[in-house]
Design a binder for this molecule. Structure first.
Ligand code: HEM
Ligand code: HEM
Length: 222
């Protein structure tokens, strides 16, 4: 068996930057006083990461594409039946069950970031969409912003538990490939990471987020 490239560099970068950003969001909201400005900026960056990953899921390399890991109920059910077997070969990319888990995580982070745009620190700073919404919507967004993070913490816990289960029970190390991109397999991997395409996608994602938070919202006194 050869070690071949499975996770392109942009997907790996995305993953570890997402981990760092969510940690920073927790710290700036819960631990530090006077760090709400940083919370806003890192929140916008997290939104950028999600937009990037969605676009990369459409045009990126083989295993990063949604079309390769978002499977129908039949495949998910069939995979789930083999979950506790130790003799099944490792999946090349995300397995059919894990693929849906990825979608849930991305969606939750997106909800968290978007609801943040409607938040206020009650002192100095309003999220850019605060002026656009009615009191009812603002109330909802506030509830969602608090609730989604609690749900996200459970989901992240499950994610890490699932990866430990693969490591300990199924003897499949999934973490190393998320770091160096490679997996031991008889199948073909991807040939390169398409970093130049990823840079173009990142610029598009950055412009979209800039327009969404700087250009589109009305100024507070408009
Ligand atoms: C804030 C915490 C975390 C979040 C939100 C998160 C989120 C995600 C997401 C969205 C993916 C899909 C990657 C993609 O296709 O773009 C993923 C995959 C993965 N994550 Fe995490 N992750 C977190 C923490 C961790 C940690 C601490 C580890 C290491 C122990 C880890 C290991 C992995 C691995 C190995 C995969 C690939 C799974 C597979 O082979 O299918 N993650 N994670
Ligand atoms: C994915 C990105 C984000 C994460 C993970 C996140 C996480 C959190 C967490 C954990 C809290 C504390 C909630 C509590 O006390 O129960 C919080 C509060 C808050 N967040 Fe976020 N947030 C994100 C994005 C944003 C964005 C983009 C904005 C604004 C543009 C924002 C604005 C706020 C504000 C104003 C508060 C209230 C702080 C206070 O109590 O004074 N967040 N966020």
């Amino acid at each position: 068996m050869d070690k071949v490239l499975i996770w392109d560099l942009p997907t790996r970068f995305f993953h570890w930057l997402l981990v760092l950003s969510l940690f920073a969001q927790y710290v700036t909201a819960e631990w530090l006083d006077n760090a709400i400005e940083w919370h806003f900026y890192i929140g916008y960056f997290t939104l950028f990461l999600i937009v990037f990953r969605v676009l990369w899921g459409l045009v990126g390399t083989q295993h990063a594409k949604f079309s390769s890991f978002v499977k129908g109920p039949k495949a998910v059910f069939q995979y789930a039946k083999t979950l506790f077997r130790r003799d099944t070969p490792p999946s090349l990319g995300h397995n059919p069950l894990g693929g849906w888990f990825v979608i849930v995580m991305l969606a939750l982070v997106a909800v968290q970031a978007v609801s943040g745009l409607f938040m206020t620190d009650d002192v100095f700073l309003d999220g850019p969409y605060r002026q656009l919404a009615s009191e009812d919507v603002l109330e909802w967004m506030n509830t969602i912003h608090h609730l989604a993070f609690d749900v996200l913490l459970y989901v992240i816990g499950l994610h890490i538990l699932a990866i430990s289960f693969y490591g300990v029970y199924k003897k499949q190390n999934l973490v190393q490939p998320m770091i160096d991109g490679g997996k031991e397999t008889r199948d073909l991997g991807i040939f390169h990471s398409r970093v130049r395409l990823a840079l173009i996608v990142a610029i598009i994602a950055a412009v979209l987020v800039y327009v969404a938070i700087e250009v589109y919202p009305p100024t507070p006194d408009a």
